[in-house]
Design a protein around this ligand. Structure first.
Ligand SMILES: *[C@@H]1O[C@H](CO)[C@@H](O)[C@H](O)[C@H]1NC(C)=O
Ligand SMILES: *[C@@H]1O[C@H](CO)[C@@H](O)[C@H](O)[C@H]1NC(C)=O
Ligand SMILES: *[C@@H]1O[C@H](CO)[C@@H](O)[C@H](O)[C@H]1NC(C)=O
Length: 512
């Protein structure tokens, strides 16, 4: 009924951080028009040069300059980006200062200024010059330091207030822009903090404002510029207002607790698409509705921000398969003999899948059926429960709500199932860091008892006779990766462990 493989695009964080220790850890993209670019302190095309303490430079706050190099950020942040205008104070620096003060774990912040004064939303559409520039800068930001894009800060709309048609289309264009950005940045739930326009020169400010305030997307927040004071030009936020706005943006960003943003350093490649229900719409040619996939994936991002982009259902651009989620069996409940052969068939199926994927320890989470096309549902459940496969975790769909046909899970039932699958995966496999990539594949195997072993090199501290200080020694250790659901077999292996250590002992080599 439901088969899902989910995978992770490897960000290879170790390699990235080693590359460029000086790069930022948390990257923010700043886009939109003049108020994001910053006109605080600009009067008659001249910036007064006043930098309030909330905007002062700090070695922990970097800026990606027009030459795509990181440098210590200082006002005016957009001076070489929005270069045709006179730039002043914007919201970026006060945002960064407050975000760091509230969340020291955020690390070095990298601001990527991209805003250009006077631009309308159509100019920001995918395929356009501004969009291309934003993507190019985002990629350079990620690749030149290995940080993670944590959010997009967006403040725009004034230029779309003059025509009713544009104002009317604004919400739709905005939504498309945010979706495109998330998709192209490989970050399906990337936080976007946008600012609702308070007033403007065109007659349709309220239409724009309404579109901004009403747009609903996961992890999209809107802060309201209403009440912030303007420069004498009546068109741009003052320095004081920009400081306040920066703090509002930081509060909104830090208020997003889950799910967290993700990207891989392979952000130059386009992956599949942002997943949405019905997940199987182009796979299962029946009418598809809500399944458990999305409610499985979403909390996973929240609980494990390091997991990276979650790929549902297919693996294209690299990454590591993390698990197979399996829910099937209803069609095998019509005949008793089908239920009886189910166990052996399933065990063989998993062995084949693992062999073909060259992942002998690929985690499998299986759902026990609760209903069926035939009457042998209980027999099927018993045979499913008897299945013995290493690294298999079973969860029960019993009690989940069905629709009227009494066979399929309702939306509520499917969501609940995703939420049951999620902790099962986390508790069972995540803690053991089941990263099924080529770096661990070679070290793991399923032994004769069907139990997963992993060989690792570790350092042991021993005190050779006659020496005071223990000395570190490199030893090879065989770990049992998996231990329950195979209690008997695991116990057998445990019995054999002394023999294993003895064998390994022969290979112990002194480190120095
Ligand atoms: C800005 O220019 C206007 C018109 O030229 C002038 O009246 C005003 O005094 C100037 N303001 C400042 C602060 O220089
Ligand atoms: C947006 O701006 C561009 C360039 O200034 C202009 O050609 C276009 O007509 C504008 N589009 C809308 C919808 O305002
Ligand atoms: C700047 O922001 C203020 C407050 O939202 C708004 O009234 C004004 O129209 C904006 N100006 C531009 C040029 O976007």
């Amino acid at each position: 009924m439901f088969l899902l493989i989910f995978s992770l695009l490897l960000a290879s964080p170790a390699a990235a951080s080693a590359d460029n220790a000086a790069g930022p850890k948390s990257i923010f993209l700043l886009a939109g028009q003049s108020n994001m670019s910053g006109r605080g302190g600009v009067v008659n095309d001249t910036w007064d040069g006043v930098v309030p303490p909330q905007c002062r430079p700090d070695p922990m706050i970097l800026r990606l300059n027009a030459a795509l190099a990181w440098e210590e950020a200082r006002e005016a942040l957009h001076r070489d980006i929005d270069a045709e205008k006179t730039c002043g104070i914007g919201p970026g620096m006060p945002f960064a200062h407050l975000a760091q003060r509230r969340d020291p774990g955020i690390g070095v912040i990298g601001l990527v200024p991209c805003a250009i004064g006077g631009t309308n939303i159509s100019e920001w559409r995918r395929g356009g010059r501004l969009y291309g520039q934003l993507m190019a800068r985002a990629k350079a930001a990620v690749l030149g330091g290995g940080g993670l894009i944590r959010a997009v800060l967006w403040y725009q709309g004034e230029s779309d207030t003059t025509s009713h048609e544009d104002a009317r289309l604004y919400k739709r264009r905005l939504e498309r822009l945010f979706n495109d950005l998330r998709s192209d940045l490989l970050s399906p739930v990337l936080p976007v903090i946008q600012v609702a326009l308070a007033s403007g020169s065109g007659p349709y400010v309220d239409v724009i404002r309404k579109g901004q305030l009403e747009l609903e997307l996961p992890n999209l927040r809107c802060v309201d510029a209403k009440g912030l004071d303007l420069e004498p030009d009546g068109l741009h936020l003052s320095t004081r207002a920009q400081v306040r706005l920066g703090h509002m943006l930081a509060d909104a960003f830090l208020g997003i607790t889950a799910p967290l943003p993700v990207q891989s350093s392979g952000a130059h490649r386009r992956w599949l698409e942002v997943a949405h229900d019905p997940l199987h719409v182009d796979i299962d040619h029946k009418v598809s509705g809500i399944g458990p996939g999305m409610s499985f994936a979403n909390p996973l991002l929240a609980k494990d921000p390091t997991i990276g982009v979650i790929g549902l259902a297919a693996l294209k651009d690299g990454g590591a398969l993390r698990a197979l989620l399996w829910y099937q069996g209803e069609s095998d409940t019509k005949f008793l003999q089908d239920t009886e052969s189910y166990k052996a068939n399933f065990e063989k199926f998993i062995a084949d899948v693992r062999a073909d994927l060259q992942m002998p320890t690929l985690p499998v989470v299986q759902v026990l059926v609760t209903s069926g096309d035939g009457k042998f549902v209980e027999e099927m459940r018993e045979n499913q429960q008897a299945i013995k496969v290493a690294n298999l975790k079973q969860v029960d769909s019993k009690g989940l709500e069905l629709i009227f046909d009494n066979v399929h899970l309702s939306t509520a039932g499917a969501i609940k199932l995703g939420q049951i699958l999620n902790p099962s995966y986390i508790v069972k496999f995540k803690s053991k860091t089941h990263l099924m990539d080529t770096t661990t594949k070679g070290n793991e195997r399923v032994n004769d008892e069907g139990v997963v072993e992993r060989k690792v090199e570790t350092v042991d501290y021993r005190k050779p006779a006659g020496e005071e200080e223990p000395r570190p020694e490199k030893v090879a250790v065989t770990h049992l990766v998996h231990d329950d659901n195979n209690g008997g077999a695991a116990a057998k292996v445990a019995e054999k462990l002394p023999a294993v250590s003895e064998a390994v002992g022969d290979t112990i080599s002194r480190k120095q």
